[in-house]
Design a protein around this ligand. Structure first.
Ligand code: GLA
Length: 797
């Protein structure tokens, strides 16, 4: 809802169900940011306005009409350089006369129901009854420039979005050095800034830093939204926990270089800005043209990180992800990559597919290696025709055979890339991003196609359309495996070379838009060496993203927890893979690999044809459980258990890992929930544990049942001798024979309790193994152990 106190200096109030965002035009024409936080009632804004009687010492006043107005000390909706605000600016321009002073003042506004898409870029969407929009126009009169600040208010999900559009109405060009999407000023408060940083195979590790006087910056410069620093960030009060306290979550609908900075100024006020990274951006804005920024998405909750995450998750599910797969349950897949890497052929793939079908897999994905002469990563990207030595009946043949087995068929592509060793590069050496005559810095032996060019965009759309219609293709994994260097496009003028990064992203969106419209029922999965481009821009086209190349359960627990702050489980894919794990060499139990992977879109990525009967039986059972609770697991409300994460300290060189994890996913009607617990390392003699799920109905009765885990006797090693009448030599014949015939049952855990008792008191679980005594009431809980609990609402008896 948008409410306006009209007049020459209007007050704008954007209300969502639980939040209020308030700003007011000052007599000078600047817009003061008055408040953003929990929803408040307001008949007039007087008591909220900052009272100014004098400008602080050693500051400059805006003009002589108000000797108390120093822009450096005001919370502003938008600020520029050159008029005394020395904080991080929202906008920086270089005008035709060389002038660098911003002087944008309020002109007009317009409020309307609904929301229009923003130009050239993906944006959030909603019906007229879900979202209202406000446009505030500012004018820099001397240079004939107009800046429109756009706000959209999504009442139900407690989200407000912001973007800006600058229009050059003058007869001269202007250089945009920076134009942000969001500026958020706060009165002096203590806050923490939380970012999610990492690397390949180590994405989304949470950092917590106190907002002090030194500026904190979270940014990517690699061309992608990046695994180094995700564009999703949080600001919280210093005592905020998972379940209590103020928390702001802010994200950007953008897949390129981004920038989020927060600083405390000389007077204690805090400024946050977010938008395209100015250090790799410089836009040549010609006369009569406009430039539109990406959209920033923000939410606020008084109910801690979980409260904020719940808002963000719902918003992403309802107003970012779109199309055929938006609300559809996603299939369980098998991917060929870790099973065979590049060494694939039709027979091998069909063998894997049969084994997968047999355990209940629904979608078979043929990963890299199927095209050109692609036997390793040195060649063939760009040559998108099937290698008939590997696939004798082409894509049409293998997809038909997979369908005949009763499974859907999916394929891997990396459309934005080309190897120098490819026919495409030989034919069109000028189609890549590189500096002519200058040695190129290679990444994974490949170069990036110049998607700033219309002809290259057309080529990619056609080449991919051919692939996607060459067989019965239901799924596409769209990969992108290198960072940007040598930014240069021969079709742009020297003055436009600063545009290349952004033009690439706009070109990519055009291509993705065309292909997702042409193939609306294909399930697209984004990927960039795992999570090197996990962002809301990609999710506006593709409903899910491969969260990390790291499939190790322990590493994934941390990575997926990181994603869970800003992204719902329906957007992130997670696979059970082989041990020792291919990224870490760690051995974790099959059930733990599964228990972590169910907290996302479940898949398998291992050679099922090498597994024995027990392994296949276990996987068959895993998949059938997943299917049973799939709607809840993919689309439910997700909670992290409070105390387990709040123990972390401030950022260190290597992030702090949690040792114990507990997550709960609750169905929309709260009648069903899945709880998962995981331990990294055992602390000796600490046998007691609580299961403390969140999100249930206080007065409802629930049955809680632990998933029973069985053990191979060999997992007890020589401890078997404490119960065996004869001596059993470890790994000897007798030990192996016993292991074949005896299965140890794990503990049974069954309770019937009220929702509030479960959530507030917690369920006292059976004691974990602690070095003394063993029976089947003991929870065998060694390093990397985990449990899954099913919680079902029942009627009182
Ligand atoms: C990237 C992806 C992997 C796999 C390979 C294939 O690394 O992240 O999942 O598809 O490419 O080359």
């Amino acid at each position: 809802m948008i409410t306006i106190f009209k007049g020459p200096q209007p007050t704008f109030m954007l209300h969502t169900k639980n939040t209020s965002y308030i700003m007011k035009v000052l007599p000078s024409g600047h817009i003061e940011h008055v408040y953003y936080g929990a929803r408040i009632h307001l008949d007039n804004v007087d008591g909220l306005m900052e009272q100014r009687e004098f400008a602080p010492g050693c500051t400059t006043v805006y003009n002589n009409e108000d000797k108390s107005l120093s822009l450096e000390d005001v919370c502003l909706e938008m600020s520029g350089m050159g008029k005394s605000d020395v904080r991080e600016p929202f906008i920086e321009l270089i005008r035709s006369d060389g002038g660098r002073t911003e002087d944008f003042l309020f002109d007009t506004y317009e409020a309307r129901e609904g929301k229009e898409p923003i130009e050239d870029l993906p944006s959030s969407y909603g019906n007229d009854d879900e979202v209202d929009s406000l446009y505030i126009n500012l004018i820099d009169a001397k240079y004939d420039l107009r800046l429109t600040l756009k706000y959209s208010v999504f009442e139900e999900t407690d989200v407000i979005t912001k973007s800006a559009r600058i229009t050059n109405n003058s007869d001269f060009s202007v250089r945009i050095k920076r134009i942000m999407s969001n500026q958020l000023d706060f009165m002096p408060v203590d806050m923490r800034f939380h970012t999610f940083t990492g690397a390949w195979a180590r994405e989304m590790h949470r950092n917590d830093a106190l907002v002090g006087e030194a500026k904190l910056v979270n940014e990517s410069r690699s061309g992608n939204s990046s695994n180094r620093a995700n564009p999703f960030v949080m600001l919280s009060s210093i005592n905020t926990t998972e379940d209590a306290g103020d928390c702001y979550g802010i994200n950007l609908i953008y897949s390129g270089n981004h920038y989020e900075a927060v600083e405390r100024n000389a007077f204690g006020k805090i400024r946050f800005v977010s938008g395209i990274n100015p250090s790799t951006f410089s836009w040549h804005l010609k006369s009569k043209l406009s430039f539109q920024t990406p959209e920033s998405v923000m939410t606020f909750s008084e109910n801690g990180f979980n409260g904020m995450s719940n808002n963000m998750h719902r918003f992403v599910r309802e107003h970012i992800v779109r199309g055929y797969w938006k609300d559809r349950e996603r299939p369980v897949l098998i991917n060929s990559w870790e099973a065979s890497y590049f060494d694939i052929n039709e027979n091998k793939l069909l063998r894997l597919a049969r084994a997968a079908k047999d355990v209940g897999v629904e979608l078979f994905v043929m990963d890299d290696g199927w095209f050109g002469r692609r036997n390793d990563d040195t060649s063939s990207l760009g040559d998108w025709t099937a290698n008939t030595k590997k696939l004798s009946s082409g894509i049409a043949g293998i997809s038909r055979k997979i369908h005949a087995l009763g499974m859907d068929f999916g394929i891997w592509v990396e459309p934005e890339m080309v190897n120098v060793d490819s026919n495409l590069y030989r034919e069109h050496p000028d189609w890549t991003i590189e500096i002519p005559g200058h040695a190129h810095s290679e990444g994974r032996n490949q170069r990036i196609l110049d998607l700033t060019r219309g002809d290259v965009q057309e080529y990619v759309i056609n080449a991919m359309s051919n692939v996607f219609s060459s067989g019965e293709i239901n799924y596409v994994k769209w990969d992108m495996n290198r960072n940007f260097t040598d930014m240069y496009s021969p079709v742009l003028t020297p003055k436009q070379q600063g545009d290349v990064n952004h033009r690439y992203i706009v070109g990519l969106y055009k291509v993705m838009d065309a292909l997702t419209k042409r193939f609306p029922e294909i399930l697209f999965e984004g990927c960039a060496s795992g999570g090197n481009r996990f962002d809301l821009g990609i999710l506006s086209y593709f409903p899910q993203i491969w969260a990390s190349d790291d499939t190790d359960a322990i590493a994934r627990a941390e990575i997926q927890t990181g994603y869970s702050y800003g992204y719902p489980m329906s957007t992130l894919t997670a696979h059970v893979s082989d041990i020792p794990n291919h990224q870490t060499l760690r051995r974790t139990p099959l059930e733990t690999r599964y228990h972590v992977a169910v907290l996302g879109i479940l898949g398998y990525e291992c050679n099922l044809t090498d597994l024995n009967g027990d392994g296949l039986k276990a996987i068959r059972q895993q998949i059938s459980i997943y299917k049973k609770y799939r709607r809840t697991l993919q689309f439910g409300t997700f909670y992290r258990r409070s105390s387990l994460y709040d123990r972390r300290g401030f950022s260190t060189i290597l992030p702090n890992y949690a040792n114990d994890y507990e997550w709960t996913v609750v169905s929309e009607d709260k009648s069903e929930a899945i709880g998962v617990m995981l331990q990294t390392l055992v602390h000796p003699n600490t046998q007691y544990a609580l299961l403390k799920p969140t999100g249930l109905i206080d007065e409802a009765i629930y049955r809680i049942e632990g998933r029973e885990i069985t053990y191979n006797i060999k997992e007890l090693g020589s401890l078997v001798n404490t119960v065996s009448p004869i001596h059993v030599k470890q790994d000897g014949m007798v030990h192996n024979a016993l292991a074949r015939y005896i299965t140890l049952n794990g503990e049974k855990e069954k309770h019937i309790m009220y929702g509030d008792a479960i959530m507030k008191a917690g369920i006292r679980l059976r004691p974990a193994f602690a070095g003394v005594g063993y029976n089947d009431n003991i929870r065998m809980y060694p390093d990397f152990a985990s449990r899954l609990y099913v919680i079902k609402r029942i009627e009182p008896v």
